[in-house]
Write a protein that binds this ligand. Structure first.
Ligand code: TRP
Length: 395
């Protein structure tokens, strides 16, 4: 891959390089890619470093401080690029601020401290989060996360803030009850009944700070999803057609063209499950947003394939594709064909009265690059008339 001029390249693995150096460098280069002003990017970079506290100074020659579930190689940071037609792409960064702590109660304390400091700095209320403390931060909290935050890195130095919480903090058996109660406390008493069935609720997320329409979001996981299933899971009126959702599913998952009229419908994602996300922002009218997340990294041979799929999707939805190439160059110097995982998820999002959005979740790979899936005959799965055909990585 070509490198960006005038910028330091990542030095993961070089002796002395710290986690902070690695993710900070990525953030500065990505900020330039999306056209943020240097002063804004510098501020966001400092916020990122501060929120990682001592972990930022931990050399990458040491293993990750905790087995963060945020990314496959346990880097507690992930970037994403949210693209809309006729608008500049938006850079976001997802962080586990309590990553120094393997214990979830300690991690929660660290995470809450970081959010409260942000609330002081940018003068926003944490009332919604405070109202949920007993649900999401029990004293004997279980993993795989306590609190993550994401910043939408906006021009002007005031980010949009999102907080991600674990509905299984009091045990997986409590997740449904926790989601229902959280929605009720936040004013969406009917919300739980409006969610589709799924195998679990990996996250609840809150928009904090300055948003036109702050949302409460519930993520649902769907093992063995097919394209037809994906269409049936949206609870948000209109916006995306079934054809949009199916096209996205197949383009992201890499399904082959149909051999017959129904052949598409039997392909299912048998590896890492797809997720849907249901956003609530208007009381009494059902979910206002729907997102389909496909974990593309588990359904490709390597990142060259993942990036080709992402760019085909961006082009299909009328969005700029070059920004993705530049973002990948900003993340790593490695060849795309040398790993599978730089693009963790591809997502199609629709919010009421907004243009559809395509988001690529981009891994930091501070600690490891997952090798490509190799082997003889790298081929796509053939559709067959059998029900429930596997959609496996193309190997
Ligand atoms: N790493 C986790 C996963 O793959 C959580 C996660 C990180 C995630 N970034 C995400 C989930 C983006 C959905 C979308 O599930």
């Amino acid at each position: 891959m070509s490198t960006l001029p005038e910028q330091d390249m990542p030095a993961a693995g070089l002796s002395g390089t710290t986690l902070g150096d690695h993710v900070h460098g990525q953030l500065l280069r990505l900020g330039a890619v999306v056209g943020l002003r240097e002063a804004d990017t510098a501020l966001y970079g400092q916020i990122l470093l501060d929120s990682l506290s001592d972990t930022a100074r931990r050399p990458l020659s040491l293993p990750p401080a905790s087995p963060s579930f945020l990314s496959d190689d346990h880097t507690p940071v992930e970037f994403s690029l949210a693209c809309t037609a006729n608008a500049d792409p938006v850079l976001r960064v997802l962080v586990e601020p309590g990553c120094a702590h393997a214990d979830m109660a300690d991690s929660a304390r660290a995470g809450l401290g970081v959010i409260r400091a942000m609330a002081g700095r940018w003068d926003f209320s944490t009332d919604q989060l405070d109202a949920l403390e007993d649900l999401f931060f029990p004293t004997d909290a279980e993993g795989p996360l306590a609190l993550w935050y994401a910043l939408e890195l906006r021009p002007g130095g005031v980010p949009g803030i999102k907080v991600y919480l674990n509905p299984s903090a009091a045990g997986p058996g409590q997740a449904a009850r926790t989601v229902r109660e959280a929605l009720r406390r936040l004013g969406y008493g009917q919300g739980f009944g409006e969610l589709p069935d799924g195998a679990g609720y990996p996250f609840v997320a809150l928009d904090l700070g300055s948003w036109k329409k702050p949302r409460v979001k519930v993520y649902v996981s769907h093992p063995r999803m097919s394209a037809d299933d994906a269409c049936a899971l949206s609870r948000t009126a209109s916006g995306l057609s079934d054809a949009d959702v199916k096209d996205f599913f197949h383009a992201a998952a890499g399904s082959v063209p149909p051999a017959g009229p129904d052949a598409w419908n039997v392909l299912r994602l048998l590896r890492r499950p797809a997720l849907t996300c249901h956003a609530f922002s208007d009381r009494g009218v059902g979910p206002s947003g729907f997102t389909l997340h496909i974990p593309v990294r588990d359904y490709v041979r390597d990142d060259e394939e993942a990036s080709a799929r992402a760019k085909a999707l961006l082009a299909q939805f009328g969005m700029d594709t070059s920004v993705l190439d530049r973002a990948l160059c900003a993340l790593t110097q490695r060849q795309l064909a040398d790993g599978a995982g730089l693009i963790a998820y591809l997502a199609l999002a629709y919010e009421r009265n907004r243009q559809p959005r395509i988001t690529a979740y981009l891994s930091s790979e501070a600690y490891a690059v997952r090798p490509p899936l190799t082997g003889p005959g790298v081929t796509r799965p053939e559709p067959s008339p059998q029900r429930h055909q596997a959609l496996r990585p193309s190997r």
